[in-house]
Design a protein around this ligand. Structure first.
Ligand code: FAD
Length: 439
């Protein structure tokens, strides 16, 4: 008999909750564990380009994983298709699938997918076990005293910290039970599909296992807001695809940087919110904001995307995003605020564009942060906090290192004047928000 360990946002072998439980289950039931990854064609087909850094990253991460498994005489099985159809085929194979282990995914579309697979398995007598892996605290683990979810970060983070103990950060020693992995020959013929097999192209991204230096974490609090230096971990993509363990990272943060730990709490916060408030993926978290009269001018949206707004910090950020798939957090805040408040373009347009471009795109974090920028999100701050992009640049990029890197023509006649004057945009924004909240 076979126990499948379906990997999705947890592309690693160490400190792996689902794999650990799958291996122990196999040991108890005289079975063996086959790690499985499915390139979901529903997701691949929806991508706007065949040149996608995330697909490239995943493909390389899978090759890395398969190499690690090969060293233990095991192998990764990789299928291409819609998950429900793939499971239908796997269940029809001669080896009896007795259980599927996987890690929780809190996105509404993923929950629907998992439910359909769970039902299929139940119909065939196979068990479904989904476990927490990608966050420290999930769903209902950090609630207000009255049992309802927090909708404001600061009190949530206080409760989160008060609940934290070694128990929640301990590693799942999956490596102790690797004797119960299925033999490599059972992973099937064909190995890991190439990008070309899936109709995709190489993007130049290079996968390397995650690493963050203790020095960076110690300096994190002072340097994290300066986009001109590498002051943040750049681990977003590894946390997104689980090529690194969040528990291991939180243990490091506990001893080296409280400010960094705080960011991991933000991450849990948004995952928790998405699970409790799935409507927020495309509706205002605070319904009052659904009445916003967005201007939504397509030409202005194009200027924002191409980094030609005439606001150099905004333009630098948009160009960095397009060129690398990364944008510094401080600049994400400025570009998002500019789109929603200065141009009065619906936050959903920006959220969708970031979803296409960001290496570390994560629905919970992206939606949560975009709604925060638009003022409609889970936030105590009022909508009339409007970033001044010039002041942001003066404060966080005083020597213009970041701006000059991405906008070399800044300060020359080739650079356009601001597409909208700050004071005017601010007044216009306040009026539109006031009107929406009145109605
Ligand atoms: P570090 O500063 O080194 O932080 C470490 C980790 O903490 C990050 O990798 C991330 O997992 C987590 N984290 C940090 N800040 C936040 C935050 N505000 N919210 C949630 N998690 C956080 N983050 C994403 O992971 N995916 C997204 O799609 C995403 N979209 C964003 C959209 C907007 C408009 C804004 C303002 C922020 C967004 N963020 C998103 C949050 C943040 O900008 C990135 O996590 C961070 O810049 C990634 O770089 P890093 O790994 O060097 O972060």
């Amino acid at each position: 008999p076979v126990v499948l360990c379906w990997l999705r946002r947890d592309l690693r072998l160490h400190d792996h909750a689902a794999l650990y439980h799958a291996l122990r289950h196999a040991r108890q039931h005289g079975a063996r564990v086959q790690p499985l990854f499915i390139f979901d064609t529903d997701i691949l087909q929806a991508l706007p380009s065949r040149c996608d850094r995330r697909v490239d990253f995943i493909q390389q991460a899978l090759c890395h994983l398969d190499g690690q498994l090969a060293a233990q005489g095991a192998g990764l099985r990789v299928c291409i298709g819609a998950p429900l159809a793939v499971f239908g085929q796997l269940l029809a194979e001669p080896a009896q699938v007795i259980a599927v282990f996987t890690s929780h995914d809190y996105e509404p579309a993923a929950l629907a997918r998992d439910l359909s697979v769970q039902r299929l398995l139940a119909g065939q007598g196979a068990a479904w076990h989904s476990v927490k892996d990608q966050v420290i605290f999930e769903k209902n683990e950090v609630l207000k005293d009255d049992g309802t979810p927090y909708t404001v970060f600061t009190p949530y983070s206080k409760k989160w910290r008060s609940r934290l103990s070694d128990f929640y950060l301990q590693s799942y020693p999956s490596e102790k039970y690797t004797a119960h992995l299925a033999a490599r020959a059972e992973a099937g013929e064909g190995g890991i599909p190439t990008l070309a097999d899936m109709g995709f192209q190489a993007t130049g991204i290079r996968f390397a296992p995650p690493a963050v230096s203790p020095g960076l974490l110690r300096r994190y609090a002072e340097q994290r807001d300066i986009p001109g230096i590498e002051g943040t971990s750049r681990l977003g993509i590894h946390l997104r695809f689980g090529t690194g363990s969040v528990r291991a990272l939180a243990r490091q943060a506990q001893t080296l940087s409280d400010a960094f730990l705080n960011e991991l709490i933000w991450r849990d916060f948004f995952q928790m919110l998405l699970w409790h408030y799935p409507h927020s993926v495309d509706q205002s978290f605070k319904p009052d904001y659904d009445a916003m009269a967005w201007r939504n001018v397509p030409e202005e949206f194009d200027r924002w995307k191409s980094g030609t707004t005439g606001y150099p910090l905004v333009d630098a950020g948009m160009r960095e995003l397009h060129a690398t798939g990364f944008m510094h957090n401080r600049v994400r805040m400025s570009t998002a605020s500019f789109l929603c408040k200065h141009l009065l373009i619906d936050w959903r347009w920006g959220e969708r564009y970031f979803a296409e471009q960001l290496l570390d795109y994560d629905q919970a974090a992206n939606v949560g942060n975009w709604q925060w920028a638009a003022g409609s999100g889970a936030d105590a701050a009022p909508y009339f906090r409007i970033f001044n992009p010039h002041l942001q640049a003066q404060k966080f990029d005083p020597e213009q290192r970041y701006i000059r890197q991405w906008v070399p023509e800044f300060g020359t006649p080739a650079y356009p004047p601001p597409m909208v004057e700050h004071a005017l945009a601010r007044q216009r924004c306040l009026a539109v928000y006031q009107q929406a909240l009145k109605s």
